[in-house]
Design a binder for this molecule. Structure first.
Ligand code: TYM
Length: 325
C-alpha cells in the first residue's frame, strides 16, 4: 500500500481560491494514486466565536464544495471530524506531551489571539488537535498551503516525542506543497487570502459578476518596483498560473518583461479564466446542496471507514501509554 495522505479544511463558509490552489486542487490529483482521507474539521472551527445554528449547513457546504471541486467519495474517505470522537481522545493524550511554549510561539495563534477579547485554550491547543487528526491515521504525507507548515512541524515533533517516550509508533508526517501554496489577499497582498478577511478572497461559489468585480478591484502595484515584481501583480500571476492555460500565462509574462503589461487586460483574462474553472464547481455544489441528505450520507459512510482505522490506532496508543484496565 502506498503512503497514506491526510488533510483537512475548516467549514467556515465560502471555500476560496486560496484553499483551492493551496490544497484542494492537489487533493483531487493525489486521490488517484494514494490512500487518502479528507476531513471537514468542524471541531477546529469552534476555537473562536461562531454561530451553532449555521454549523451543520457550513459542514455540508464545505463537503459539497470539495466534492464539486473533484474529491470523489469512491476514491477518498471524506468525513466530518466530529463524527470520529477518537480525534479528541488522541488530542488530549498529545496535549500531555506538548509544551505550552511551543503553542505560544505559533504565528497563527499570535495573529488570531490579537483579534480576540478573551482567548480560549482551544485556540492555543488547536495545533495539537491537528496533530491528532494526522497521527490517528498514521499519515505520511499532508498536502497543505504554506500557512500550515508551522503546525505540521508540531505534528512531527509530537510524533517524535511519542516515539521516544513510549515506542517507535507514529511516522513523521511530511508536508506536500503546491505552486499556489500561498495565495495573498486581493485587497491586501501583504496578508494571505482568508475567509475571515472580507474583500480578500474569491469563493468557489461566487457568481461570474462578483468574480469580475473582485478582480477589477484587486490591488496592483504603483509601478515597476526596482526591477522586481511587486506583491499585488505577483499574486495575480499566481492566480493566472492556477487557472489559465500556459499560453495565456506566457503571453502576460512576455508583456510584463517588455514593460507593456496592461493591468486591465491581465485582470479581464484572469477573471475569465477563473470563471471558466469555477462555473462547473459552482453548479455542481448547488446541485449537491439541493440534496443535503445525500451529502450527509457521504459523511456518515466516510466516518465509518475512518473510524475503523482510528479505533485501531487508539487501542494501540492506549496500550503503549499504559491504559490497560
Ligand atoms: P484551512 O481551513 O484554513 O485551509 C484549508 C487548506 O487551504 C490552505 N490555504 C491556503 N493555501 C494557499 N493560500 C492561501 N491563502 C490559503 N488559505 C488556506 C491551507 O493551508 C489548508 O491546507 N488547520 C487547517 C485544517 C486542518 C488540517 C488538519 C490540515 C485541521 N487538521 C490536518 C491538514 C492536516 C486549516 O485551518 O486549514
Amino acid at each position: 500500500m502506498s503512503e497514506r495522505i491526510f488533510s483537512g479544511i475548516q467549514p467556515t463558509g465560502n471555500i476560496h481560491v486560496g484553499n483551492y490552489l493551496g490544497a484542494v486542487k492537489n487533493w483531487v490529483q493525489l486521490q488517484e494514486k494514494y490512500d487518502c482521507l479528507f476531513c471537514i474539521v468542524d471541531y477546529h472551527s469552534v476555537t473562536v466565536a461562531y454561530d451553532p445554528e449555521g454549523l451543520e449547513e457550513r459542514v455540508l457546504d464545505a463537503t459539497a464544495t470539495n466534492i464539486a471541486a473533484g474529491l470523489d467519495p469512491e476514491k477518498s474517505i471524506i468525513f466530518a471530524q466530529s463524527l470520529v470522537p477518537e480525534h479528541t481522545e488522541l488530542a488530549w493524550l498529545l496535549t500531555c506531551l506538548t509544551s505550552v511554549g511551543a503553542l505560544e510561539r505559533m504565528t497563527q495563534f499570535k495573529e488570531k489571539a490579537a483579534r480576540q477579547e478573551s482567548i480560549f485554550a482551544g485556540l492555543m491547543n488547536y495545533p495539537i488537535l491537528m496533530a491528532a487528526d494526522i497521527l490517528l491515521y498514521k499519515a505520511g504525507l499532508v498536502p497543505v498551503g504554506e500557512d500550515q507548515l508551522q503546525h505540521l512541524e508540531l505534528s512531527r515533533d509530537l510524533a517524535r516525542r511519542f516515539n521516544s517516550t513510549f515506542r517507535e509508533y507514529f511516522p513523521e508526517p511530511k508536508p506536500l506543497l503546491t505552486s499556489g501554496a500561498r495565495v495573498m489577499g486581493l485587497n491586501d497582498p501583504s496578508s494571505k487570502m482568508s475567509k475571515s478577511l472580507e474583500g480578500s478572497y474569491i469563493g468557489l461559489a461566487d457568481e461570474e459578476d462578483l468574480i469580475k468585480q473582485k478582480i477589477r478591484r484587486a490591488v496592483t502595484d504603483p509601478g515597476p518596483q526596482g526591477g522586481k515584481m511587486g506583491p499585488g501583480v505577483a499574486n495575480l500571476f499566481t492566480l493566472l498560473e492556477g487557472f489559465a492555460d500556459p499560453d495565456v500565462v506566457n503571453y502576460f509574462k512576455r508583456q510584463y518583461a517588455q514593460q507593456s503589461l496592461m493591468y486591465s487586460e491581465l485582470k479581464e483574462s484572469l477573471a475569465a479564466a477563473m470563471n471558466t474553472k469555477i462555473a462547473p464547481i459552482r453548479e455542481k455544489r448547488r446541485e449537491l446542496l439541493a440534496k443535503p441528505e445525500k451529502v450527509k450520507d457521504i459523511l456518515y459512510a466516510g466516518a465509518e471507514q475512518a473510524r475503523q482505522i482510528a479505533q485501531r490506532t487508539m487501542s494501540e496508543v492506549r496500550q503503549l501509554m499504559g491504559f490497560r484496565i
